[in-house]
Design a protein around this ligand. Structure first.
Ligand code: PLP
Length: 1002
C-alpha cells in the first residue's frame, strides 16, 4: 500500500510520524502529511527518471530564500535526520525516486480564494517582487534551461499558429506574435536573473477566514524556474490575474504597483508588461491546442482555454492607456518626458497668455461639488433646462468665475458616465479640468502657441459641443496637449487639424447652451500629457477610484492659467477628519455601520452619494419613506418656513388636515391624535396613556423588542435592557417569547402555533397580577424588527390582545417600522393580523427625515389621560411637522408607493427564495412588501453571525446598504425607501448571489 510505504519512509528518514493523503500531481507523487500535532508537510516523491538538476534547483532556491529572507512566504525545505535535503529512495516497485519534504502553508490557492480584492492582488505583486528580489543573486546551472515556458522564447508559437483553425482567432494570435517580435530585442537588452516563472493562480497560497483580511501565505512550486528578465515573471502572474476579472486594468495596476513597491521597476519594463501578458496567453492557448491535437474532441481543451480566449477576444483595453495606468500606479512618469513637461510648465507659470484675456488671480471660484452644491436635483437625470442654469448662483454681471479641478460632481448624469450596469455602479464624477464660466460669446485666447490636433462638434446632450485640442511642444521637444470644450462651433469654419494657433491669439468663443452641449456657458480647459488611448475623445471626468491615473495623465492646468495649483484644486472634506472629530466629540456608543464607514453627502429617492459622488443603493433606510431629497418635501418645508412655524397652543389648519389624513387610514375607533417628535416619545406617551386608562402599571412585551431610548421606553425594550451593561428588567415588565415560527418554540409545521405563542402571555399576565402591578397593557412591534424581521403567524396578535383586554389592559401596536404602506398589501401591520389595537404608535418614516412621532388612540383612552394636567410637546405638531407629515402621506398615495412596495417586495422575495434554494447558508427568507429578512445559518443550523457581518460589509463594497438584526445578529435586513425599482431589486439579488458564492467558497 503506497501510503504505508511512504509514511514508513517519512518516519525512517525524517523522524516524523504522520498520516498521509494524496495531493494532485500528474507524474510525481505528492502527499499531504499531518502529524499528531496537526503540523502539515508535503512529501514529494518525484517521478522515476526525473532529472536531478530540476529538483536540486528548486531545493536550492528555497534554501537560498530561507537563508536570505527568512520571513519570505514560501515553503521551507525540511532536511532529513541525516541532514540531507534531497534523498533518493526506492518506491514500492523498487524504482528510485528523488524525495524531499517541505512544510505545508496555510490557506487555499488564489484560484479558490474569494474575494480577489485589489489589496490582495497588490500583495500578490509584493510577494512576487519580493521573490524576484531575493532570487536576484541565486545561481544554478539549471536556470539556463531551454523550454517553451521561457517567455523570452514565446516566438516559437509563430510557426505553430496553423493549429488554430478559427481564422479570427488565428489572426488575433498573429497580431500578438507580431507585437512580440518587436519586443525580442528589448527583452534581450534586459538583465536576466532567476525567476519563479509560473506564478499562476494555483501557485499562490492565500490565508484568511471569512471576515478576516486575506493574506498571501506563500508562493509555491518553483518547478518552472529559469533565468529571464524579471518582467517576464510579472507578466506571467498578470496573465492569470486578469482572467475573468471584472476590472482587469484595476487588477493589473494593483499587481504591478505591489511588485514595484517590493522591487522597483523601470519605465521601460512597465511598458512591455501588456504585450508580454498577451504573449503568455497566446503561448498557453497554442500549447494546449497542440497538446489536444491527438484528442480533437476532448472538451477539456476548450474549457481550459476559455478564460484566456474570453480575455484575448473580449477585452477592450487600450495597450497605451493601460501602460500609462501601470506607470501611474507605480508613480513613474505617465509617458516619457511627462516629468520634463511638468517642470517646464512650472518654470513658465506666470508667463502664459491669459486664457480669458484677463488676469484670473482674483477670479472667484464656484463649487459644483457633491458636498457643496445641489446641482442637479436628480443625480441620474439632468434636463437641458437645468444644465443651462448650472452655477447660476455664482454669476455676477458676466464676471468670469472658475470651476474647480479635481472636484467630484453629480452633474454628469448620462449613462455614459456609469461604469457598470446599475444605477449604483461606480461612475465618473471627478472633474479633470478647470472651468471658466462667462457669458456666451466671450472670447478665449491661446495660453501658448500650438497646433490644432482636433477641432470637432459633439452634439450629444451634455457633451462638449464645439471642442478644440491643441498640441504643444516644450523647447526640449516634449509634447503635451490642451483641450477647450463647450465652444461656439463657428471654430469649425476657421480651424482644422494642422493649423497653428499663436500664443495670445483669440481663437475661439464660449458657446451658448444650444451649441455647447446644453450647459451654462463656460470653457472646460484641460491639460493632458499624452493622447495615447484617449486620442481626441478625452474623458473630462474620472472615476474617483482611478484618480492615480487621471491626475497623472491630466494634471492640474493651473500653471497655464498663471495661477497657483492650490487656487483651483478642490479638496473634498476628508472622511478621516470627520471620523476623528466624531471620536473626539461624541460618545463612543454612538455606533457607526461598516468596518469602513460611509460618509453620505447627497441622496435621491433610494440612492445615496458619498463625498466623491460614489453612488449607493439604499436598501436599508426606512426613514426616507418616499425617497431621499423628495422635491415635494423640500418645497413644502421651504414654503412653511417662509411663513410661520409655531406650536399646538395656536390654531392652524395644517394640524387638523394632518390628523384627518392620518385617521382616514385607520379603523374608525381611532379618533384622537397626539403629535410628538419621535417614536420614543410616542411610546413613552403610550405608556402614560395605558396607565392613566387602566390605573395599573404592569406591561407585557415580546422579548428582544425595541421601543425607544428614554427611561420608560427602554424599560419595555428587552433588546436594550437585557444587553450586557443594560439596565435589566423592571419588575413591572414581563417578557414573552417572540412569535418566531422559524426558530422559536412552535414552528411552521404546527397549525396551532399562533395560539400556542399567544398562550405564553397567560403566565406573564398572572405574574404581573401576583406582583400587584396589574395589567396596564401589552406593547409589541407588530412585526418584530430588531428581533429579526419576524412575521408572526396570522391570528397571533388578536389572541394576545383578547387575553390582555380580559385582564384589563390596553393593546399598543408599535407601527414605527411597519406602518404607512411599507408592507405593500397592508397600510399597517395589525391589518395583516386581523387585530384591533387601542393605541397605534408611528415614527421614523412619517416625517421622511423630519423628526416626527405620532400616537393615535380612542376617545375613551384620550379622555382618561385628560386629567387636568396639560399635555404639551414643544415641537410635536409644529406647523412644519404637520405639513411635512401630511405631505408624506399624500405622496405615498399620489405616487402609488404602497403598491410599489407590494410589487417590488414580491420581486425581491422571489429572488431571495431562489438564493435560498442555491445556498445552504440561507436558512429562511421572510417578510412582506419592503420589510424583509434573510436568516443566515451555519451548517448545523445555528445562527451565522459572522457570515451575516461578512455579507453586510461586502454588500457595502458593492455599493448596497443593508442592515443586520436578530438576537444573534444573523438576519440581513432589507428595508429600502418605497421608491425602489425593479432594476434595484435585481441588483440586490445579483450582488447577494455573488457574495453568497464567496461565502460558499470560503
Ligand atoms: C419599532 C420602533 N419603535 C420605536 C423606535 C424609536 O423611535 P425613535 O428613534 O424615533 O425615537 C424605533 C427606532 O428604531 C423602532 O424601530
Amino acid at each position: 500500500m503506497t501510503f504505508a510505504h511512504w509514511s514508513a519512509a517519512l518516519r525512517e528518514h525524517w523522524g516524523i510520524d504522520a498520516e498521509l493523503s494524496r495531493l494532485d500531481g500528474e507524474y510525481d507523487l505528492n502527499f499531504l502529511a499531518k502529524d499528531n500535532g496537526d503540523q502539515g508537510y508535503i512529501l514529494k516523491a518525484m517521478r522515476p527518471g526525473c532529472e536531478k538538476w530540476l529538483v536540486d534547483m528548486q531545493v536550492k532556491a528555497l534554501e537560498h530564500i530561507a537563508s536570505n529572507e527568512p520571513e519570505f512566504p514560501c515553503p521551507r525545505v525540511i532536511p532529513s535526520t541525516a541532514g540531507e535535503s534531497l534523498l533518493t529512495l526506492p518506491d514500492e516497485d523498487g524504482q528510485d525516486r528523488l524525495v524531499w519534504l517541505v512544510n505545508q502553508l496555510p490557506g487555499r490557492c488564489y484560484a479558490k480564494a474569494e474575494p480577489k480584492s485589489d489589496a490582495l492582488i497588490h500583495e500578490v505583486g509584493q510577494v512576487l517582487g519580493g521573490s524576484a528580489k531575493v532570487l536576484a543573486d541565486f545561481r544554478h546551472e539549471g536556470l539556463k534551461r531551454d523550454f517553451k515556458w521561457d517567455l523570452m522564447r514565446a516566438g516559437w508559437i509563430r510557426d505553430q499558429l496553423s493549429c488554430i483553425s478559427d481564422p479570427a482567432r488565428r489572426a488575433t494570435l498573429e497580431g500578438i506574435s507580431e507585437d512580440f517580435a518587436k519586443l525580442e530585442s528589448v527583452l534581450a537588452e534586459l538583465p536576466k536573473q532567476a525567476i519563479h516563472n509560473d506564478a499562476n493562480d494555483y501557485n499562490i497560497m492565500v490565508a484568511g477566514e471569512l471576515g478576516e483580511t486575506r493574506r498571501v501565505s506563500g508562493l509555491i512550486d518553483l518547478g518552472d524556474m529559469c533565468a529571464a528578465p524579471r518582467v517576464c515573471d510579472l507578466a506571467i502572474a498578470a496573465a492569470y490575474i486578469v482572467l475573468d476579472h471584472p476590472e482587469p486594468e484595476t487588477a493589473l495596476a494593483a499587481l504591478v504597483a505591489g511588485y514595484h513597491e517590493a522591487y522597483p521597476l523601470t519605465p521601460a519594463e512597465v511598458d512591455i508588461i501588456w504585450p508580454l501578458l498577451r504573449a503568455r496567453l497566446a503561448v498557453s492557448v497554442v500549447n494546449s491546442t497542440m497538446m489536444a491535437a491527438d484528442n480533437p474532441d476532448d472538451p477539456y481543451v476548450t474549457i481550459s482555454q476559455a478564460p484566456a480566449w474570453r480575455f484575448l477576444e473580449g477585452n477592450t483595453l487600450h495597450g497605451g492607456l493601460l501602460t500609462a495606468r501601470l506607470r501611474a500606479a507605480c508613480g513613474l512618469p505617465v509617458v516619457d518626458g511627462a516629468d520634463r513637461v511638468l517642470a517646464w510648465l512650472e518654470q513658465e507659470r506666470g508667463s502664459f497668455a491669459p486664457l480669458m484675456g484677463q488676469d484670473l488671480a482674483d477670479a472667484p471660484l464656484g463649487s459644483l461639488s457633491v458636498e457643496h452644491s445641489a446641482w442637479p436635483q436628480n443625480p441620474f437625470h439632468m434636463p437641458l433646462e437645468e444644465a443651462a442654469r448650472v452655477g447660476e448662483e455664482f454669476e455676477d454681471n458676466g464676471r468670469v468665475w472658475l470651476g474647480y479641478y479635481h472636484e467630484p460632481r453629480l452633474i454628469y448624469t448620462d449613462a455614459a458616465f456609469r461604469k457598470g450596469p446599475w444605477k449604483a455602479s461606480n461612475r465618473r464624477t471627478v472633474h479633470l479640468a478647470v472651468d471658466a464660466f462667462a457669458p456666451a460669446g466671450t472670447p478665449v485666447f491661446a495660453p501658448l502657441c500650438g497646433e490644432v490636433f482636433a477641432a470637432e462638434y459633439r452634439d450629444g446632450h451634455l457633451d462638449y459641443g464645439g471642442v478644440i485640442i491643441l498640441k504643444h511642444e516644450t523647447p526640449e521637444g516634449d509634447s503635451f496637449f490642451t483641450l477647450y470644450g463647450h465652444l461656439d462651433p463657428e471654430i469649425l469654419d476657421r480651424l482644422k487639424p494642422g493649423d497653428t494657433v499663436e500664443k495670445g491669439e483669440e481663437f475661439c468663443r464660449l458657446g451658448a447652451p444650444g451649441q455647447n452641449g446644453g450647459w451654462a456657458p463656460h470653457v472646460h480647459f484641460q491639460l493632458a500629457l499624452t493622447t495615447e488611448g484617449i486620442e481626441t475623445d478625452w474623458p473630462g471626468v474620472g472615476d474617483p477610484d482611478d484618480m492615480y491615473l487621471w491626475r497623472a495623465l491630466c494634471p492640474n492646468p493651473a500653471a497655464l492659467l498663471n495661477l497657483p495649483d492650490g487656487k483651483v484644486e478642490y479638496a473634498p472634506t476628508r472622511k478621516e477628519d470627520v471620523l476623528a472629530g466624531r471620536r473626539a466629540h461624541f460618545g463612543g456608543n454612538l455606533s457607526l455601520t461598516y468596518n469602513d464607514p460611509v460618509m453620505l453627502m447627497r441622496g435621491w429617492k433610494h440612492h445615496l452619494f458619498d463625498e466623491w459622488g460614489r453612488p449607493y443603493l439604499d436598501a436599508y433606510n426606512n426613514v426616507p419613506h418616499v425617497g431621499h431629497a423628495h422635491p415635494r418635501i423640500h418645497a413644502v418645508a421651504a414654503d412653511q418656513l417662509k411663513r410661520v412655524n409655531s406650536n399646538t397652543r395656536y390654531l392652524h389648519p395644517a394640524q387638523t388636515a394632518f390628523a384627518d389624513k392620518l385617521l382616514s387610514k385607520l379603523p374608525d375607533h381611532f379618533e384622537v391624535c397626539f403629535f410628538v417628535n419621535s417614536g420614543t416619545e410616542a411610546n413613552e406617551l403610550a405608556l402614560r396613556l395605558a396607565r392613566a386608562h387602566t390605573g395599573a402599571k404592569g406591561m407585557v412585551s415580546p422579548d428582544h423588542g425595541y421601543h425607544g431610548n428614554t427611561t420608560g421606553a427602554m424599560s419595555i425594550s428587552a433588546y436594550k435592557f437585557n444587553k450586557p451593561g443594560g439596565i435589566g428588567q423592571a419588575d413591572w415588565v414581563e417578557l414573552i417569547e417572540v412569535a418566531d415560527d422559524y426558530r422559536g418554540s412552535f414552528r411552521r409545521d404546527d397549525p396551532d402555533r399562533a395560539q400556542k405563542f399567544a398562550d405564553l402571555a397567560d403566565p406573564a399576565i398572572l405574574r404581573l397580577q401576583e406582583k400587584g402591578h396589574g395589567i396596564a397593557g401589552f406593547i409589541a412591534e407588530t412585526f418584530p424588527s430588531v428581533g429579526g424581521q419576524i412575521i408572526p403567524p396570522k391570528g397571533y396578535l388578536p389572541a394576545v390582545y383578547d387575553k390582555i383586554r380580559a385582564a384589563g389592559g390596553v393593546c399598543i401596536a408599535d407601527e414605527v417600522q411597519t406602518g404607512l404602506g411599507r408592507l405593500g398589501e397592508f397600510y399597517f401591520g395589525f391589518e395583516h393580523q386581523g387585530a384591533m389595537p387601542d393605541i397605534v404608535v408611528m415614527g421614523k418614516p412619517i416625517g421622511n427625515g423630519h423628526p416626527l412621532g405620532l400616537l393615535v388612540t380612542t376617545k375613551a383612552i384620550a379622555e382618561s389621560f385628560d386629567n387636568g394636567i396639560e399635555f404639551f410637546s414643544t415641537f410635536g405638531g409644529s406647523t412644519l411637522s404637520c405639513r411635512t407629515g401630511k405631505e408624506v402621506l399624500d405622496i405615498v398615495d399620489d405616487e402609488g408607493l404602497q403598491d410599489n412596495a407590494r410589487r417590488q417586495g414580491v420581486r425581491l422575495i422571489n429572488g431571495l427564495k431562489m438564493l435560498q434554494q442555491k445556498y445552504t447558508c440561507v436558512g429562511d427568507v421572510r417578510g412582506m412588501g419592503l420589510f424583509l429578512g434573510l436568516e443566515l445559518v451555519n451548517a448545523d443550523g445555528s445562527e451565522a453571525t459572522e457570515i451575516c457581518s461578512y455579507i453586510k460589509n461586502r454588500m457595502r463594497d458593492h455599493r448596497i446598504l443593508i442592515g443586520s438584526e436578530g438576537p444573534k445578529d444573523n438576519i440581513l435586513k432589507i428595508r429600502p425607501p418605497l421608491t425602489i425599482e425593479a432594476e434595484d431589486t435585481d441588483m440586490i439579488v445579483e450582488i447577494l448571489d455573488s457574495i453568497l458564492q464567496e461565502v460558499e467558497a470560503a
